[in-house]
Design a protein around this ligand. Sequence first.
Ligand SMILES: [Zn+2]
Length: 256
Amino acid sequence: MKSALTIGTILLLSACVPTTTPTTETKPSTKPKTTATAPKAPQVTRSASSGVSAYKRVAQRVEPVAEAACRSFSRDMPRTFCDFRITVDQDTRKAPNAYQSVGSDGRPVITFNINMLRTIKNDDEVAFIMGHEAGHQIARHLVKKRSNANAGALLGALVMAGLGGDPTDGANLGGAIGAQSYSKKFELQADRIGAHIATRAGFDAIKGARSFERTGGSNSLLSTHPPGADRFATVQQTVAQIRAARAQGQTAPIKW
Ligand SMILES: [Zn+2]
């Protein structure tokens, strides 16, 4: 079951921004392969330092809102569960990406890489994506993905062994399928939570979600991401609910 454990570890990451190719889960600490994963030149809109400044500026406002939202759903979890760390991956070779992971100290980590920050058009986009990544933590998606991956790997190994094949191959395939089984649903859930967090932090979530128009989501059958149009519609619907509640002097509860 060694390979099943490996899959479970890799899928602790949630790569969230579809790039020009169907996105696979990307482990940030490993060196990118020099062939297939070499990024296409991103549509750069700003300098790296400007992108990092925007990121820090937005994080100051979004992080406390994300933490408060997280705590309201995580009373059964240790304090570290909602203590977000927000970081930048400075590797200029990687395709634009943002993802959530969990550090060795148990704290959730939201990482934007530097090319992502160079393609961001405005602070609303940073805020929405940051809220989306926090949403994965709030909805406990990494834990669910890992358990799906492990269940899939076990099933795959058993099926392959039954067919006389290599159980490791079965575990790899089953683990990948298991991890993807809820990915699209999870992305839409994170979009709903992200819309709430960005709005509560004072940003325009609809404007922020316009990055889907550039990335397009992905219609690939094997993609972990729903199409961009579905995601944008989800954000529009959520913001409409938030505004309707506000018009009555209320705060819309976060639902996903
Ligand atoms: Zn995501």
